[in-house]
Design a protein around this ligand. Structure first.
Ligand code: SAM
Length: 282
């Protein structure tokens, strides 16, 4: 008799996965971690009862979180990833040949270890790449003590609860500001805006005092239920969000990266936000 995984994000509504086979389950000391098989979505990982990633739709999120800032920037050499233990962002970043080093700061070594074992195509060997530097630490401490600076910073955190909560605070964003190069860009997972609108507003209010530009872009990830997901965007380089389609096309062609979701046209379109979001941001 298979068990079910009922997502705990919303008290009176949510999605439910049949766990056809539980592959691994543990309280890691930071969070509850379960990885299970599901007929529809392949292997699925949940942390503290919240779906983090599935084999079937992970490419959408990882491509949009990575290639929008990377192709907007155009010549990122040093990249910082906060969180991202499943390795999907790391895999996509390393597809950019300009990249010389990627530092990933993940609080939970067991997430990395179990995802390499049970979700191997997420990292696809990225953890063994000589350009990869893994730091097991709390991301908020790392960015507030970091002396290095990065071209692109990607915060691939859980939701603002449990260990992930600190990655949505002003103290975290101040740390990001201090380790982001002047012409660099910061992006972050920022929830499903129709249901987590308050997270969009809170992030906007916390980023605005620190950066010349704080905004959002979006992408629809099927297993992040409730409509499109918003990604926070913060930079002092106002040109980055407005890179024209001809430049994006040329960078995309030159990079020779095979994607399944990202296209330059989608990149441009993803910054068009629905009126209800524009209203709350104004
Ligand atoms: N794509 C998912 C989403 O949008 O919800 C997030 C994926 S990834 C699994 C989230 C990662 O953030 C996890 O590996 C978790 O261990 C890590 N994490 C949570 N809090 C953290 C913190 N304070 N510092 C560093 N990593 C953290």
């Amino acid at each position: 008799m298979s068990q079910n995984c009922l997502e705990t994000l919303y008290p009176s509504w949510g999605q439910q996965f049949v766990m056809d086979e539980v592959l691994f389950e543990v309280n890691t000391g930071h969070q509850h971690l379960v990885i299970f098989k599901n007929d529809q979505w392949g292997n699925v990982m949940a942390l503290d009862g919240v779906i983090q990633t599935t084999e079937k739709d992970e490419f959408i999120y990882h491509e949009m979180m990575t290639h929008v800032p990377m192709f907007a920037h155009g010549h990122a050499k040093k990249v910082l990833i906060i969180g991202g233990g499943d390795g999907g962002i790391l895999r996509e970043v390393l597809k950019h040949q300009n990249v010389e080093s990627v530092t990933q700061v993940e609080i939970d070594q067991q997430v990395i270890d179990m995802c390499v074992k049970y979700l191997p195509n997420h990292s696809a060997g990225a953890y063994d790449n000589p350009k990869t530097h893994i730091v097991i630490a709390d991301g908020v401490d790392f960015v507030n003590n970091c002396t290095e600076q990065f071209d692109v910073i990607i915060s691939d955190a859980t939701d603002p609860m449990g260990p992930g909560e600190v990655l949505f605070t002003s103290r975290f964003y101040q740390g990001i500001k201090s380790c982001l190069k002047e012409d660099g860009v910061f992006v972050a997972q920022n929830g499903v805006c129709f249901l987590q609108t308050d997270e969009v507003v809170t992030t906007f209010k916390r980023l605005l005092p620190l950066f010349k530009e704080a905004s959002f872009y979006s992408g629809a990830v099927p297993t992040y239920v409730g409509g499109m997901m918003t990604f926070a965007w913060a930079t002092d380089n106002l040109a980055l969000k407005n890179v024209d389609i001809t430049t994006l096309d040329s960078r995309f062609a030159q990079a020779n990266i095979k994607t399944r979701f990202y296209t330059p046209m989608l990149h441009k379109a993803s910054f068009a936000l629905p009126q209800y979001i524009l209203d709350v941001l104004n």
